[in-house]
Design a protein around this ligand. Structure first.
Ligand SMILES: *Cc1c(COP(=O)(O)O)cnc(C)c1O
Length: 465
């Protein structure tokens, strides 16, 4: 299986090289040259299989001959043994046609663990073969950072630097990153927004000298392995609710569009998905793009669902590439225009293709809080504010009452956002036992301005020291 860049100006490379590279040298994102397609029988065969086995099968379709089936199964078994629920990503029914897909049973209580636990094992195997030490840099809106620290701390041949927007994440999110005592991990509080952190990271990938000096790699959802790992739970959930014999739909709380794009990939691979609802908070660039055809960024505002306080959704580039018939030149032109002017109009045919799969829904703060309360009152479930954004979209559109089963991705445990949850519902969510030691541990944080050069100098020091 070969990987091509969405900007059409980088040579195709294999799975391992795409994983180690993160971003393509032309600034684009890697995607498989063709989508692997599963037969109905293969999809039906996932029913009742352990999660790790389905994951090894799906990963195998993307990895080609990079890893043996045994290696893949070793990695997925080890990765998902770190989850506290035996089903890894269990479904919970809320209404006649409405389910929550609980993605938060990993070590840092958010869905980022699903991909990161696997990615760290992919890195370790790939690097052991290549005898290299990588510097992994990660921009986080709160949850990716913790998941990356937990997955990569103490691992050989890897160092990790996490950039997060100072003061814009929850205390529990921060502590999952900053309490790691391992020498291969650094946490950097940046005076700026998540978009600033992400731009600083993207600039590093384009600075060729720096990139080589520190042997840079990235674990943001620009990394293809993240998306590939997230495709798995679309299949397990879909099959549990009747696919491939009947279609299913998903509602996805969305920020950087990685998770929602994984749903698109599952559909390309043959899973019958009727609709993917892209639910955003008031940082609604994606919901607006789908609704009115203009992809236009606005100012970032802080919300109860900070992991989605994003106005530049990296993975939208992968979808754009798809709906312009994989024209790399056109994708490159459009992304440059967006970077320069802050907005682009989607070509009518591209927009029509997007709307065949996706619907958009922007949700405000009051409706998010109301969704926490009404879900608690009607079902007894205490949901986190990100999940609540998706549920608010479902309630507003009257979905989940008939037709294709509606599966809402529940992306974090309520106890990761106790301030927002108790303000809305008057109930204090309890941290699971596995996370209760966090509060007492000392934190290690460095702080820098939102300045690409200062951050690069810091990372050079770390890599050489
Ligand atoms: C990262 C995150 C999201 C958004 O996922 P994307 O792949 O960036 O769209 C939603 N909810 C939570 C809890 C997250 O951590």
């Amino acid at each position: 299986m070969q990987y091509v860049s969405t900007r059409g100006d980088a040579p195709p490379i294999g799975f391992i090289d795409a994983v180690l590279a993160g971003l393509a040298p032309d600034g684009g994102l890697y995607v498989p040259q063709t989508w692997p397609v599963l037969t109905r029988e293969e999809i039906a065969g996932f029913a009742g299989k352990p999660y790790a086995e389905v994951a090894a099968d799906i990963l195998g379709r993307f990895a080609g001959d990079a890893f043996s089936r045994e290696d893949l199964l070793d990695m997925t078994s080890e990765a998902y043994a770190s989850f506290t629920h035996a089903a890894v990503t269990p479904l919970r029914q809320l209404d006649s046609g409405l389910w929550l897909l609980e993605l938060f049973h990993g070590p840092t209580l958010a869905f980022k663990d699903v991909a990161m636990q696997l990615l760290s094992r992919l890195y370790e195997r790939a690097l052991a073969a290549k005898k290299r030490t990588l510097t992994i840099v990660c921009a986080t809106s709160g949850d990716t950072g913790g998941a990356a620290v937990e997955a990569l701390r103490g691992r050989a041949n890897l160092r990790l630097v996490v950039l997060f927007p100072h003061g814009r994440i929850s205390e529990v999110q921060r502590r999952f990153m900053t309490t790691a005592a391992d020498a291969n991990v650094r946490c950097l509080a940046i005076d700026g927004t998540f978009d600033d952190c992400q731009s600083i990271v993207k600039a590093m990938f384009q600075a060729q000298g720096f990139r080589q000096a520190v042997d840079l790699s990235g674990v943001n959802s620009i990394n293809w392995a993240r998306i590939a790992a997230q495709v798995v739970y679309y299949f397990t959930a879909g099959v549990a609710l009747g696919a491939p014999h009947r279609p299913v739909s998903f509602t996805v709380p969305t920020g950087n569009f990685g998770d929602a794009f994984a749903g698109y990939v599952a559909r390309q691979m043959g899973l019958p998905i009727e609709t993917i609802v892209v639910a955003t908070n008031s940082n609604d660039i994606l919901a607006r793009a789908i609704e009115d055809g203009r992809y236009a960024r606005g100012p970032v505002c802080a919300t109860q669902s900070p992991a989605m306080d994003i106005q530049i959704a990296s993975n939208f580039e992968r979808l754009y590439f798809e709906v312009v018939q994989r024209d790399g030149l056109e994708t490159s032109r459009a992304m440059r225009a967006f970077a320069e002017t802050g907005s682009i109009d989607l070509p009518p045919r591209a927009l029509a293709q997007i709307r065949e799969v996706f619907a958009g829904a922007g949700v405000n703060e009051a409706d998010t809080a109301r969704a926490i309360v009404s879900t608690l009152n009607e079902t007894g479930e205490l949901v986190d504010p990100h999940t609540a954004v998706a549920l608010a979209a479902v309630y507003r559109k009257g979905l989940g009452k008939g037709g294709a089963p509606m599966i809402v991705l529940s992306t974090a445990h309520a106890a990761k956002f106790p301030e927002a949850v108790s303000a809305a519902a008057g109930v204090e969510p309890r941290l699971p036992r596995s996370a209760q030691g966090l509060a007492g541990k000392p934190e290690r944080i460095d702080r820098l301005p939102a300045d690409a050069e200062a951050v690069q100098a810091y990372i050079r020091d770390f890599a050489q020291g």
